[in-house]
Design a protein around this ligand. Structure first.
Ligand code: UDX
Length: 431
């Protein structure tokens, strides 16, 4: 088994470190925040990831997982050094590599001979060369090993991946990194670093394109009177299309798709290719936010226009507590701009935590702790995130307590016959 340093303990770093220790490796995770390191060393996992707290606890107990402050402290005795630091989006759409460069600088002096440095974070095409240049160590190989983790299923995505991609021109380094995954039964492909980095961006951009396509088809279905749920079901039987990622919604978001698609469009532009198709995918997504917001505003009848609306779902998707780049927030920014008052409930967003006010200080929303408190006297009910509990709402009770009689279901979560039977005007997406 190997000794691995993980630099950065966000959802990629912490998941990677915990899973590598579960696979039997000796893992030291480093963060710059001493308080966060202390909490992690006590087994206190700050993110919602199924199974992650159990793996962290297992690693701490076995001694295979530990946490330290500072990258150099983790790297000085390790053979592999995974860079899992943030690569946020700069104002001009390109990826900000400052954290990556800082981390590389910090470990370059302490790296043991013949170490392998691995880019796990999503980094622009060509970053492997950037890291090698910053390290300035001819005895150290730099390898791209992109992550394909989805929030909410990151642990299972790591331990049962569809594939592992390794990008390096150093064959021995590639074999050494591949060996870290020897207990995982999945295809391992080795390519050059630029291709590995491009695989990551191209995969996310393709998935975002598939979603913009299905949202555009939903708009077409509304225009021609088709039911998008049946249309995508019929499409998905074709193995070349596949059933996954065909659910229409208010638009797509999260901490990756928006950042990665804009970064790829910028990478293409800088390389001299005007990636018009990808820019259109981004445009269709913005239009989906607009269209969904219009459905919400139009659902409020004049008699109750002075009332608030009840919004169910703030996170960017169900199963996570992540509010970053959430489609719900994009829609609500537009709804609030038209003067509508909003009371919102989300099972992963605690009213007392005040996360919304911290992240979106300009967005006037009252976060409440129960869907019926939000719905009391509401002009309209809007579902923006596909939390399963919203399927089981008591529509008889909602009909009694609401002022308005509209339900905008921006995730096509509900069977329309159920609210309609209770006199609601049901408005879905593409049906
Ligand atoms: C994504 C990629 O799936 C993952 O491989 C990559 O490593 C990181 O980015 P994630 O951001 O966790 O993962 O979310 P994902 O599950 O892909 O959903 C992204 C957005 O698309 C969410 O807003 C989600 O609600 C939306 N979505 C997803 C749909 O609207 N319809 C779908 O059918 C699937």
């Amino acid at each position: 088994m190997a000794s691995i340093a993980i630099i950065g303990t966000g959802y990629v770093g912490l998941t990677t470190g915990a899973c590598f220790s579960h696979l039997g490796h000796d893992v030291i995770c480093a963060d710059i925040d001493p308080e966060k390191v202390a909490r992690l060393q006590n087994g206190d996992v700050p993110i919602v990831e199924k199974g992650l707290d159990r793996l962290v606890d297992e690693g701490l107990r076995s001694g295979k997982l530990s946490f330290v402050v500072g990258a150099a402290e983790a790297s000085k005795h390790a053979e592999f050094h995974y860079l899992c630091v943030p690569t946020p989006q700069s104002d001009d759409g390109s990826a900000d590599l400052s954290y990556l460069q800082t981390a590389a600088k910090e470990i370059s002096a302490v790296l043991p001979e013949n170490s392998v440095v691995v880019n796990k974070s999503t980094v622009p095409v060509g970053s492997t060369r950037v890291v090698a240049r910053v390290l300035g160590r001819s005895d150290v190989a730099v390898v791209s090993n992109p992550e394909f983790l989805r929030e909410g299923t990151a642990v299972s995505d790591f331990l049962q991946p569809d594939r592992i991609v390794i990008g390096s021109r150093d064959q021995e380094a590639s074999i050494r990194v591949a060996a870290l995954y020897s207990r995982i039964a999945t295809p391992i492909m080795v390519t050059d670093p630029v291709s590995a980095e491009t695989i990551k961006y191209a995969s996310n951009a393709f998935l975002a394109s598939k979603l913009s396509f299905v949202n555009a088809i939903a708009t077409l279905c509304e225009a021609v009177g088709a039911d998008v749920n049946d249309v995508v079901l019929g499409m998905g039987y074709d193995s070349r299309i596949g059933r996954e990622f065909l659910r229409p919604g208010p638009g797509w978001g999260g901490s990756c798709f928006p950042k990665d698609t804009k970064a790829l469009a910028r990478i293409a532009q800088d390389a001299g290719y005007d990636f018009r198709f990808l820019n259109e995918v981004l445009q269709v997504n913005e239009e989906q936010f607009d269209r969904t917001a219009k459905k919400v505003v139009d659902s409020i009848s004049d008699e109750v226009s002075h009332k608030h609306i009840a919004v169910l779902g703030l996170t960017f998707k169900a199963g996570t507590d992540d509010l970053r780049d959430s489609p719900s927030i994009e829609v609500l920014k537009r709804v609030a701009a038209s003067g509508v008052r909003i009371k919102a409930y989300d099972p992963a967003v605690l009213a007392e935590d005040n996360n919304m006010a911290t992240m979106y200080p300009d967005l006037e929303i009252e976060v409440v702790s129960d869907p019926y408190i939000a719905s009391e006297g509401a002009a309209s009910l809007v579902i923006l995130t596909e939390w399963d509990e919203f399927t089981w709402l008591d529509f008889d009770k909602l009909a009694e307590i609401m002022e308005g009689s509209s339900i905008v279901d921006a995730r096509n979560l509900l069977d329309p016959t159920i609210p309609r039977r209770r006199g609601f005007d049901y408005i879905g997406i593409g049906r």
